[in-house]
Ligand binder design. Structure first.
Ligand code: ES4
Ligand code: ZN
Length: 324
């Protein structure tokens, strides 16, 4: 990897911790927990990572996480990611986790939460790597299930900064979750939402106006709505864009077609992130490098993207200054 991209201090704002499950760890945990995987080998797992769209990815993603059973498993998963982050000079990370994907398999909420939380504490201690946790609701599950999940999270609110919305986007508009997000905001959580990845610009408007989000996750389809572009430029609501994800899930045919440089040139607060790095072919450094190469980004543009992420992070004014 290009030395500048590898060494420059970085912030990651869009990372699903379950999406950091590398085939080797899936295999190891499957063995440890006696979970039958639908793959005969580690290589076969890797070969299954070719996707047509978001839905075809989500099927593999939810099947893979069945190996995550104990608090130790969640700790090991998170710790492996944090070591990777440390190797890539990531100084602050905001991680999504999908509690419903685990509680619906019978794994208790605190098992998931503590495993992740303890690893985050250890990285703060050992590496000075700061973090925030974002609880994501699955939008293809009923809002009542999201509300129940929010209530399960309340005892742990000190360790959870925000709530988000992820999973299958088409036909699951943010408006369905208005009341859940209102409750979350009353309880003191910030809000974010995946919107405008596969879904239309109207979902980005709903996330802003009904869910009162601080950031939009993906948001790349904003390009289709000139009024929305103007609004994002004026308000500087950040977009957490994930270039390798967008190419793997065919939001764009190839990296050269990605619109992130166009959005950056329009003065929109674009950030670069990795989404599900074990599935999409790279962590934050690889995402920055792939975007830089295909879109001919200058060093100044890379620096702008990194500064945008620091500005968009859920950190104190003091920590923001330290990250700059
Ligand atoms: C996701 Cl790429 C993506 N989009 C929506 N939901 C997700 N959950 C994990 N990865
Ligand atoms: Zn995502």
């Amino acid at each position: 990897m290009n030395e500048f991209i590898l060494k420059v201090p970085k912030v990651e704002l869009h990372l699903h911790i379950e999406g950091t499950l590398e085939p080797e760890m899936m295999w190891m945990l499957g063995d440890r927990n006696q979970i039958q995987l639908p793959y005969p080998s580690v290589d076969a797992i890797r070969r299954a990572y070719r996707f047509q769209d978001l839905q075809s990815f989500l099927e593999v993603y939810y099947a893979g996480m069945s190996v995550l059973q104990t608090e130790q498993d969640f700790y090991d998963l998170t710790w492996a990611y944090l070591q990777k982050a440390q190797q890539q000079t990531i100084r602050h990370v905001e991680l999504f986790f999908d509690p419903q994907a685990h509680t619906q398999r019978g794994i208790p909420f605190p098992v998931v939460y503590y495993g992740i939380h303890q690893a985050l504490q250890e990285a703060q201690k050992q590496y000075g790597l700061s973090s925030q946790l974002i609880l994501c609701f699955l939008r293809d599950r009923p809002p009542a299930s999201a509300l129940q999940t929010l209530e399960q999270a309340l005892p742990y609110r000190a360790g959870i900064r925000a709530v988000g919305l992820d999973s299958a986007e088409r036909d699951y508009p943010p408006s369905h979750f208005r009341f859940v997000f209102e409750r979350a905001r009353r309880e003191g959580f910030l809000t974010v939402a995946h919107a405008g990845e596969e879904g239309p610009p109207s979902y980005i408007w709903e996330a802003i106006q009904l869910l009162r989000v601080s950031r939009i996750d993906h948001g790349v389809r904003c390009i289709e709505d000139p009024q929305l572009l103007a609004y994002l430029q004026q308000t500087q609501i950040p977009l957490t864009v994930c270039p390798l994800s967008n190419v793997k899930l065919r939001v764009f045919d190839q990296m050269a077609d990605h619109n992130l440089k166009t959005l950056l040139d329009l003065g929109i607060a674009v950030t670069i992130n990795s989404d599900d790095p074990a599935y999409f072919g790279g962590y934050l450094g690889e995402n920055l490098e792939a975007a830089q190469t295909a879109l001919h980004l200058s060093q100044a543009e890379i620096v702008q993207l990194l500064k945008n992420a620091i500005e968009a992070a859920f950190v104190s004014a003091q920590r923001r200054t330290d990250l700059l």
